[in-house]
Design a binder for this molecule. Structure first.
Ligand code: FES
Length: 109
């Protein structure tokens, strides 16, 4: 995943925007990230990743010029992330329990 790839696909909020928002605003609760361009307030797919990101930035905040390297070891592969979100949306539309295939923020890239 690259810093300018979208973390919240519903609201087109990049990983970089969220990381900087969490870092600068000293976010401690994941729900606060919704103030960053509405991240996490759509389909819900990205919320587990937002939760994990808030924790990780709190523990080991990257400087602005370290974000790419910092993100490489902490984010999912872009193709898996996007396809997982499509499955999530399809399950939600069909009424299937979206908890059957929850996103795994700790999956290896
Ligand atoms: S991907 Fe963030 S709310 Fe849908």
């Amino acid at each position: 995943m690259q810093p300018d790839d979208e973390l919240c696909l519903c609201f087109h909020v990049s990983w970089r925007k969220v990381i900087n928002y969490v870092r600068v605003e000293k976010v401690t609760r994941p729900s606060q990230v919704s103030q960053c361009f509405g991240a996490g307030t759509g389909c819900g797919w990205c919320r587990p990743f937002l939760n994990r990101l808030v924790q990780q930035v709190g523990e080991d905040p990257p400087s602005p010029n370290e974000i790419q390297a910092w993100l490489e070891s902490r984010s999912p592969r872009k193709d898996r992330y996007q396809s997982g979100r499509e499955s999530h949306k399809n399950n939600t539309k069909s009424g299937a329990n979206s908890d059957e295939n929850p996103p795994k923020p700790d999956s290896p890239p």
